[in-house]
Design a protein. Structure first.
Length: 310
């Protein structure tokens, strides 16, 4: 039997351990034994946007009204019916909260695998790519997905010349993605003014890192400077979003939704002053940059940013 964690769609704070019958592989499939994975606010966003973005489609369950929250981590091939994929090989990639996962690799690209299982083949390639690794660096699943998102947001903002804004306001400024974005923007040319929003207990921490030009609390949104601004929201707190849009109005040039770390305070935005919030989907920026820059270039830049932030 295979253990997995089933999460309720209607209340993502509710999980239960369930079991699946023993796996029987079909031709070309590979059985991965999950070794370790990270849990961060990123996984909360996966669950909270599971239906809208498609995260619940990666690892469905037989229990109605539930799904498996995807995670980043390490797994080892325990059985293979795919040519060129050997048992014992360890991979880093997108996995279920479960003891095992079954993938259907296409023709191996070097030793990297691309899962083309029927239920996942139309989903973003970055989530279906499994990279061979010699060891299991415990920090990689924690930091790399978040710093990658940070780099891609910064790249996208620079590509759009900050939508004509001089200030970039980062919601959930103490989150790993928020800090990574602030770091990437602090190295940018031209460099915008970077303002962090956070809870009162995290103000000193955020200021001490030196990435933010100013850090204010969520309660002080009404004190934001009335200047051309972009809002990058990692938290999804509906009250904060409304207060910020109301304060800035036409000064707000773009409002980007990235995460839902405050998922329990989220509500679909309605009748907000200023621009309609738009969801930033990192895999779309990856696909664009792979086309623009060529194979491996965006991955190299993400690795460089991860090393620099780390």
């Amino acid at each position: 039997m295979t253990l997995y964690v089933a999460t309720q769609f209607s209340d993502i704070s509710q999980q239960a351990v369930a079991t699946l019958p023993p796996v029987q592989l079909d031709g070309g499939e590979v059985l991965l034994g999950v070794e370790s994975f990270a849990l961060t606010a990123n996984n909360v966003t996966y669950a909270a946007t599971g239906h809208d973005i498609g995260y619940w489609r990666f690892f469905p369950t037989p229990i109605e009204g539930t799904g498996i929250v995807p995670v980043w981590g390490y797994a080892q091939v325990t059985e293979s019916r795919a040519d060129g994929v050997e048992p014992g090989t360890r991979y880093y990639g997108f996995l279920p909260m479960a003891e095992q996962a079954v993938i259907l690799p296409d023709s191996p690209r070097g030793r990297t695998l691309l899962d083309v299982s029927p239920g996942r083949v139309d989903l973003a390639a970055v989530y279906r790519t499994y990279v061979p690794v010699d060891d299991a660096d415990p920090f990689r699943p924690i930091l790399q997905p978040l710093i990658a998102t940070s780099f891609l947001i910064a790249d996208w903002l620079q590509e759009n010349i900050y939508f004509g804004a001089q200030n970039v306001i980062v919601g959930s400024a103490s989150s790993k993605t928020g800090l990574g974005l602030a770091a990437c923007l602090s190295w940018a040319e031209p460099r915008p003014r970077i303002i962090g929003l956070t809870s009162a207990r995290n103000v000193a921490f955020c200021k001490a890192l030196g990435y933010y030009d100013d850090v204010i609390t969520y309660e002080a949104v009404g004190d934001l400077p009335l200047a051309a601004s972009v809002y990058v929201d990692m938290a999804g707190d509906a009250g904060v979003k409304r207060a910020l849009h109301t304060r800035l109005g036409d000064h707000l040039k773009h409002s980007s939704a990235v995460g839902l770390s405050h998922w329990d305070k989220f509500a679909p935005p309605k009748d907000l002053p200023g621009p309609k919030p738009q969801f930033f989907f990192a895999p779309a920026q990856i696909a664009k940059r792979r086309e623009n820059w060529g194979p491996g270039a965006v991955e190299a830049k993400i690795a460089e940013a991860t090393a620099r932030v780390g």
